[in-house]
Write a protein of this length. Structure first.
Length: 143
């Protein structure tokens, strides 16, 4: 039986990776502050919907720590959505648009830092999804 100890750790980290996005919307709602991306001004319902999506992603990744069957879809969704966030910031570098968080302008430097963290992690998630799809359940070491 092959030991893949790094896989549960990866999914725990993936769950953690969604917490800043979740907490951003939570804080925004609590403080009634603004969150604007281009022409899109997040309202209360939009932030609640975003928190719901992030909660699902967090839950999927946490369950994936021990439930092998959902690892592929969990990693794939996390990868696609991390890359989507990265592409928002990449497009902002190429064609600057308004980006406001908690009533403050989000700097171009902050977008660059977001790309540096989110883009590689999105690629890593896709790679783990591919890797997980090739493993059989019997290949895992059950903890």
């Amino acid at each position: 039986m092959k030991k893949e100890i790094w896989i549960p750790i990866f999914f725990a980290l993936a769950a953690c990776s969604w917490m800043p996005h979740w907490s951003c919307h939570y804080y925004r709602l609590e403080t009634e502050s603004s969150f604007v991306v281009g022409n899109w001004n997040y309202g209360v319902l939009t932030s609640i919907a975003a928190m719901f999506v992030y909660s699902i992603l967090i839950l999927l990744n946490l369950v994936s720590v021990s439930l092998h069957r959902i690892r592929f879809i969990s990693a794939l969704l996390s990868g696609i959505l991390h890359l989507t966030l990265a592409f928002v910031h990449i497009s902002r570098l190429l064609n600057p648009f308004r980006f406001e968080v908690f009533g403050y302008d989000w700097s171009i430097g902050s977008s660059v830092r977001e790309i540096i963290f989110v883009f590689p992690f999105g690629i890593a998630c896709i790679a783990v999804a591919i890797y997980a799809s090739r493993l059989k359940t019997t290949d895992f070491h059950h903890t």
